[in-house]
Design a protein around this ligand. Sequence first.
Ligand code: GCW
Length: 646
Amino acid sequence: MATVSVHPAWLPTDVWRPIGSRRVRVDVSGTVREEVRAACANHGGALITSGHADLIFALDSADGDGYAITREPHATTVTSATHAGLLHGLFATVRLGEAAFTPAPPLRSRPAFARRMLDHWDNVDVHPVMGQVERGYAGGSLFWRAGEFRHDQLPRIRDYARLLASIGINAVALNNVNVHTTEAHLLTDRLDEIVLLSEIFRGYGIRVHLAVTFAAPMLLGGLDTADPLDPAVRAWWEVTLAQVYERIPDFGGVLVKADSEGRPGPFAYGRTHADGANMLAAALAPHGGVVHWRAFVYNHRQDWRDRGTDRARAAYDHFTPLDGAFADTVILQVKHGPMDFQPREPVSPVLAAMPGTRLALELQVTQEYTGQQKHVCYLAPMWAEVLGFRPRGAEGATIAGTVAEAVAVANTGDDPFWTGHPLAQANLYAFGRLAWDPTLTPAAILDEWLGLTFDAGDGLRAAFHAIMGESWRTYERYTAPLGVGFMVRPGHHYGPDVDGYEYTPWGTYHFADRDGVGVDRTVASGTGFAGCYPYPWSEVFESVTDTPDELLLFLHHVPYTHRLRSGRTVIQHIYDTHFAGVAEVERMRDLWRGLKPAGLLTPELYARVGELLDEQVRCAGEWRDQVNSYFLRKSGIADNRRRPIH
Ligand code: GCW
């Protein structure tokens, strides 16, 4: 049971009324029955074992974690082959509300991806730079505070597991992929904490995974090497992981960030990433565990003078030669874009280039580069574009049809609203729903979330759609233009700093000079990145006239006077979109001011969103003015509408 001050997110008590006010039979023991029991206690219904039931939950012999809901005049029946599937069926019934009890054709649903995973970037200790949660914008960690496990938070963690289960999440990595010394011990002498968490998550059909450091055999085992082909190293992992399985029989496996941003990895021993990942897979496979191996590998110490090195190519160059070399139980986890979770990037070419490897698509729900949960930025439209992208053209498969799994970096913490910005809850909700069914539309998901969270009527719904529906594109308009990315303040990544990364080793440049801007990634004259795509995208991206406007500067260096497909020049597009983006944010704030707190739109939530919208207006204005002034000064070309630029 949550403490009163914690917001119920999309599961307020009232969403249980349609179930809880009826006579319900649950033919299995466990979480479904306990949820139904609680709902009936709150809403006057009854959990019964005999006699007429309005709603029945029963196991059947179908396969997998899907469910079926049969709505007949006298009763509704929810069936699945597994407890987890029945739980998903329960939450689907919650989403249907009263409609679950109106006769209708049978509804069958199966998840598109067998594993739908959330990665926490939580630290145990407070990291001197990154804090308790790396790129966390929702307070502290739910699991640890200042080095200590949060025993006092177990009831809230249970509520959290329930929220995740209700959107179909079935795997959670508990700690940051940057595994520092204290966190490394979660695998061994602090395993008790993971055991406790696994007991809570297990009840909701969620398996726990741990991020581990590749150097663990040295750090924890006292060995003098972590060479994946060294027998003592292999033996250490086998024994250590076997001990984990003694305590956590359904332990999901490990997540590894290796040879990336200073993390240890197999390169130190002249071994490949397949050697490293397969070694861990061999230790896990006998127990049914998997390895999530991140493809986020690039040179973060590059010389900015060196135009030949292209960070966008790095994952492709490192991993595609290894296609087919990874064990079956290794999942290569690939960020959706080739750089790093920018508001606009092309889909990573790695996702289309490794047919012999199990791939996971990695999304970032935490809003590192999309307003840090101070800005409204509903990300489902971006993710839907990524999932629906067809690397081989209209006749080819989508990304959703290509990858094996969907993974996302969590945006949650111990904030009373779970996500800092209350409206950022919609992003977590949308990730879960899209990972279950990538064909759902962002607008339909938003509607679902609004219905549950606010019991929103038509007026409120329309206002929320107007504020949130296009908010990702709005964010794109007032920040870095035309896909060029990374004009953020280095380090914390909030707010504008056009040249902040320009002369740094991080590989994220825009190359603006007095004549033009953008990165030439063509085969003909640039880094060759466009050639990493299959046909037709290799040709589309190679061509400065065919490249979609929103990606132009990601792929081409063009003069400010270059005409976009839209007909506008690049410089005029920059001015126009930045003025328009801020005007849209002002309109969002005004719409919000026009609402009145009532019902589930509580005064606290209303006030929090209002304050954050003020900050979004301020920050968007700063973006507009810095970006516009920068390009006016570089180019010397005036805005054709002579609006104020500084
Ligand atoms: O986006 C970058 C972040 C790092 C993060 C890294 C990664 C966990 O700035 O904070 O480290 O990506 O994905 O590994």
